[in-house]
Design a protein around this ligand. Structure first.
Ligand code: HEM
Ligand code: HEM
Length: 178
């Protein structure tokens, strides 16, 4: 029996759905109005909340599925590269759990009600006005830009494999039937 060399179909689907949703979430963050005391969570801000919590739910599902479903053996590479890949992947998993939680805490501190995709009301993560959760708004922004940097490194590594090492790494994650 040959060893699997590609990620399983659900892992591949979740990877690319999350890429699209995270790109849309950054676009919403940049397009939505500046948030001040008294701003209401309407229009693009409501979309940012509903999509952000959806990303949180899909990311949690993805991590659970990764633990159950596993991953194909890594391509041969020097040990430091395996370590770097693991570190960046771990950062992306943890980061995209922490980031929406920070946004959620900040929204709760503002007294906003937080929902999952506009369908399900979620509980408040912090009391209205809680100091730590107000600070969480700034941390949310810094973490978001840090993760953008991590995504940049991740994409550069994928492109370097594909086009310089020519080991067809992207095929391991590329969506296809079966
Ligand atoms: C992966 C998911 C998310 C990403 C990538 C993201 C990204 C961002 C970014 C880049 C900003 C800063 C916008 C600017 O530069 O002006 C921002 C602000 C904000 N986001 Fe998110 N966000 C996510 C999830 C969430 C969630 C789930 C919530 C709430 C439930 C949320 C609530 C907020 C709030 C309240 C602000 C304004 C913070 C402040 O100015 O104090 N975000 N988000
Ligand atoms: C929002 C952006 C992205 C996030 C959050 C993300 C996240 C991740 C994570 C966490 C893994 C590790 C999978 C595992 O072993 O559990 C992974 C693998 C992978 N990603 Fe991404 N990714 C993003 C964008 C991209 C893009 C744009 C590309 C293509 C240029 C890409 C190509 C790949 C490939 C080829 C793998 C498999 C690597 C391997 O076989 O070791 N990713 N991604």
């Amino acid at each position: 029996m040959s060893e699997t060399t590609v990620y399983n179909p659900l892992a591949r689907a979740l990877h690319w759905w999350l890429v699209l949703l995270i790109a849309a979430e950054f676009a919403l963050a940049w397009l939505m109005p500046d948030i001040h005391r008294g701003t209401q969570p309407e229009a693009l801000i409501a979309w940012h909340i509903g999509l952000g919590t959806t990303i949180l739910a899909l990311m949690a599902l993805r991590i659970v599925w990764r633990l159950i479903g596993g991953a194909p053996a890594m391509l041969p590479a020097p040990r430091w590269q395996h370590r770097a890949a693991h570190a960046v992947h771990g950062l992306l998993y943890l980061g995209f759990i922490a980031l929406p939680l920070l946004g959620w805490a900040n929204a709760s501190a503002r007294g906003w009600s937080v929902h999952l995709a506009g369908l399900l009301q979620l509980p408040a993560l912090a009391a209205q006005g809680a100091g730590w959760a107000r600070e969480a708004g700034d941390v949310h922004q810094v973490v978001a830009y840090g993760l953008l940097g991590a995504i940049g490194l991740h994409v550069l590594a994928a492109l370097q494999h594909q086009f310089m090492l020519r080991d067809n790494l992207i095929a391991r994650m590329w969506p296809r039937r079966g």
